[in-house]
Design a protein around this ligand. Structure first.
Ligand code: AMP
Length: 484
């Protein structure tokens, strides 16, 4: 498919797409849009940054009738569920962007902010409701939302919702929706629970597969620099200067290190802020805003805080520490080189992390050249030390040392959800207030990476990167009205 106008979208949407500067639909858009317009259910898997948001938002707006004029106080006809606040905000932002010339109304709702403005928004009438499951259940409990008119249900990043323990919440929400509706499920991976959910939810769904599992974005130049454990911060500063980085998104495993590193970079003249789940929604939004506007050179993030962040033209991602879960590497580097752009990912790897690096190589089926930077070379006599994961727990002990009781304890240890995200609230496979655990990268149980939620490996042991998101993270609920 070479042109958006071939997809069957109305002119109101094509105009917004043109203004956005898109000329060609991405593969997931080319495949999914006609199917959704055809009112079929769909299960779609797409590599990160593939344009999946527009792949469901555009046909959803078309299906609702871009110039719809119902009664002012109307209940939502489309419901989009997302795992995190950031993603909810970004999806709704996309609804705004692509729906610029539509008369449809949208509302985003998530926890951590006041419920009353959301209630007011619902009362005023909404066509498209974008929500995280927890807050939506609060509204259902208080009978402040009416889902009886929902014609289209979208589950975005379904595997993440599953990993965050939302499966029961999702089922409860689905149980109050009209039985006849169109279902759209987007997921990066397809573990059995997702297939089961899709099976119970859908009528003869079309299946859209975009990227083969386990591949990383091809346009990302991936560098691995092996270095001394104690010199990482200086190496990072050196790289900023010598490679003339304009901006970099930097990942750490722990919130504590994210804070410290942001302070240290700032002290060295590199403007930086940290973003993680212990920060208030306002602080997270502010940091993102400053970064997107170019006022910050470095944004230091933990995995979950960075999920769903879409910063257009972000050229550089740095793994200051490798993630405990190889799959997160793919998600992290997917923050750059989005939708056709190119980008670079730098991983600073010390002796403690060699085993993690090997896991990433197995997952992504590539072997990295171990680069060295003069003055920062690793000490050849250094012995690996246990990795601090931010929970007082220890990571892998040495290359080739494959887990043990320690890892099992980590897996079973209670996990508290990050305040920045909706907590799983009902019992079931994930106990109250705990996140679901996932399959490990290498057959061992997988430790909790720095207090962040974890994702589930796909059934066949291969993994596909998760889709990213669109637009700005936007720290509060919003209601938009156009044309009326
Ligand atoms: P998503 O996978 O939905 O998070 O989208 C990733 C990025 O691709 C976002 O910055 C979108 O604005 C952008 N994008 C989506 N569709 C297109 C397209 N057809 N052409 C160029 N960029 C796009």
């Amino acid at each position: 498919m070479s042109d958006f106008s071939d997809l069957g979208l109305p002119e109101d949407l094509l105009r917004a797409v043109r203004e956005r500067g898109y000329t060609t639909p991405t593969p997931v858009q080319a495949k999914a849009i006609p199917i959704i317009l055809d009112t079929r259910d769909i299960i779609a898997g797409a590599q990160t940054g593939t344009g999946k948001t527009a792949a469901f938002v555009l046909p959803l707006l078309a299906r609702l009738g871009t110039q719809f004029s119902g009664p002012a106080r109307r209940p939502p006809r489309a419901l989009v569920l997302t795992p995190t606040r950031e993603l909810a905000a970004q999806v709704e932002e996309s609804v705004q962007i692509y729906g610029k010339y539509c008369r449809l109304r949208s509302l985003v709702m998530f926890g951590g902010v006041g419920i009353n403005p959301q209630i007011d928004g619902l009362r005023r009438g909404v066509d498209i409701l974008v929500a995280t499951p927890g807050r939506l259940l609060d509204h259902l409990g208080q009978r402040t939302v009416d889902l009886s008119a929902v014609e289209i249900l979208v589950l975005d990043e379904a595997d993440r919702m599953l990993d965050m323990g939302f499966i029961k919440d999702i089922r409860r929400i689905i149980s109050v929706l009209p039985k006849v509706r169109q279902n759209l499920l987007f997921s990066a991976t397809f573990p059995p629970e997702i297939r089961e959910l899709a099976g119970s939810l859908m009528r003869d769904p079309a299946q859209v597969e975009i990227a083969p599992q386990g591949t990383t974005a091809e346009r990302i130049q991936q560098h691995v620099i092996v270095c001394d454990r104690s010199r990482k911060k200086d190496l990072l500063v050196e790289l900023f200067q010598s490679r003339q980085w304009q901006q970099a998104l930097i990942f750490t495993r722990t919130k504590h290190l994210a804070n410290r590193l942001a302070e240290q970079l700032d002290a060295q003249g590199i403007t930086a802020m940290a973003i993680h789940g212990n920060k208030s929604q306002t602080a997270r939004t502010k940091a993102l805003f400053e970064f997107k506007n170019g006022r910050l050179q470095a944004l230091v993030a933990t995995d979950i805080a960075a999920r769903g962040i879409d910063i257009s033209e972000l050229p550089t991602v740095v793994n200051y520490e490798l993630p405990m879960v190889a799959e997160d590497y793919v998600h992290r580097i997917g923050r750059t080189a989005r939708a056709g752009a190119s980008g670079a990912a730098y991983s600073l790897v010390c002796v403690d992390e060699y085993r993690l690096l090997e896991s990433i190589e197995r997952l992504t089926r590539q072997r990295f050249t171990r680069e060295r930077v003069e003055g920062f070379e690793p000490d050849p006599n250094a012995k690996p030390q246990p990795i601090e994961t931010g929970r007082g727990q220890r990571g892998p002990r040495a290359p080739g040392h494959h887990g043990g009781g320690d890892a099992v304890r980590r897996h079973d240890a209670p996990r508290r959800p990050e305040p920045g995200n909706e907590a799983p609230r009902r019992s079931g496979p994930a106990p109250d207030g705990q996140r679901r655990s996932s399959q490990p990268v290498d057959g061992n149980r997988r430790p909790a990476p720095g207090g962040d939620a974890q994702r589930r490996a796909p059934v066949d042991g291969n993994r596909r990167p998760a889709g990213g998101n669109n637009g700005n993270a936007n720290g509060n609920y919003q209601q938009r009205q156009r044309g009326r």
